[in-house]
Ligand binder design. Structure first.
Ligand code: LMR
Length: 343
């Protein structure tokens, strides 16, 4: 099951923050050798180290080692080196990896359709609204439900809001007509793209840049930090700051790991996870700003800012995505989310 994908990867322009992160090594091992009796954990993820998830993973490595007094150490495998987003949940279930932080969309594809609420287009106006869900009863219930598939939910992490990129400015549904756009595997995202006149193409994150380069897809939706760290400015001439959807993650441990840990080790992992997630969440907005500044300096990239009327047109046209969510998650799910956002 384990595989290393590095040989199939393309060069990326991702040096802009790596130096600051001091993280050029392929596998991030904690300082100091792990001796006998030391619990060694592995976390795999699909983005680069200079993203909110990359920073959270480094922070988790640090906090776990510090809290356990070196009795627990974490190895971090970024950038889909170990598993891609198409096979990481299965790897976790089999115990081939111990910790993941998949995007919330990927839990929906993994059998939890209620997680698709986070994909609903133009649902959240800002991150405090997202918190009303993640820090409230809905967010708690979603994390607890993960135990049905052998996962222990440890908390939520932001990346930020997604924007549309393509061969032209994409402000309104009419601008998207006829384009093939990469999405994460998600019925809501699929319905969203179809409602906007585009053809959704679900692809693993690690394949997105190459698919854009080769014209398999002509556009995508990404947060600024993912767009920047994947070097998408070199394959996408236009980026429109639609902020039309949220991208966040849940940090999860595999049940196979959890069952092997002592209560003390479980407590150290929970405490380290809370501290790392808080740091990652605090860092996300700064990374987004850094990514925007980096992208504004890219000579080949045109950045467009839509008007509020454009976003309103996107929202009106996106109604089928809300219908799709209601169909999958049950009739009352959407009303409950909307009540939580207002309350
Ligand atoms: C995507 O597939 O676009 C994202 O979920 C990747 C990530 O983990 O940020």
């Amino acid at each position: 099951m384990q595989r290393v994908r590095a040989s199939t990867r393309w060069p990326r322009r991702r040096t802009w923050l790596l130096a600051a992160a001091g993280a050029a090594a392929a596998v991030l091992r904690p300082a100091g050798a792990a001796g006998p009796g030391v619990r060694r954990l592995r976390l795999s993820h699909v983005v680069t180290e200079d993203t909110p998830k990359g920073h959270m993973a480094r922070a988790l490595q640090h906090h776990l080692q510090a809290r356990s007094g070196g009795r627990m150490v974490l190895e971090v495998y970024p950038d889909s080196q170990l598993y891609g987003d198409e096979d990481e949940l299965e790897a976790l279930r089999l115990g081939a990896v111990d910790l993941l932080a998949p995007s919330l969309s990927k839990f929906a594809a993994g059998g939890f359709p209620a997680f698709e609420l986070f994909d609903l287009p133009l649902l959240f106006a800002n991150l405090p609204q997202v918190r009303r869900i993640t820090q409230g009863s809905i967010g708690t219930e979603l994390l607890q439900a993960l135990s049905q598939r052998d996962m222990v939910g440890l908390g939520y992490l932001d990346n930020g809001f997604k924007h549309l990129s393509g061969p032209r400015a994409l402000r309104q549904p009419a601008d998207l007509a006829g384009l093939r756009l990469r999405i994460q595997p998600s019925a809501v995202l699929s319905a969203q793209m179809r409602a906007w006149g585009a053809t959704p193409v679900a692809l693993p994150f690690a394949d997105t840049r190459r698919a854009l380069e080769r014209g398999v897809v002509q556009g995508a939706e990404n947060t600024l930090s993912n767009f920047a760290t994947q070097g998408l400015a070199s394959v996408q001439p236009d980026l429109t700051l639609t902020a039309h959807g949220y991208l966040g993650y849940a940090l999860v441990a595999g049940q196979r790991l959890w069952a092997r840990l002592t209560p003390q080790e479980q407590a150290w992992l929970r405490e380290a996870a809370s501290a790392a997630l808080a740091e990652g969440n605090a860092r996300a907005a700064a990374l987004e700003q850094a990514a925007l500044a980096h992208l504004q300096a890219q000579p080949g990239l045109r950045i467009h800012t839509p008007q509020s009327a454009d976003r309103a047109a996107l929202r009106t046209a996106a109604e089928p995505a809300y219908t799709a969510f209601g169909r999958m998650a049950g009739g009352t799910a959407l009303a409950r989310v909307q009540r939580a956002l207002q309350g």
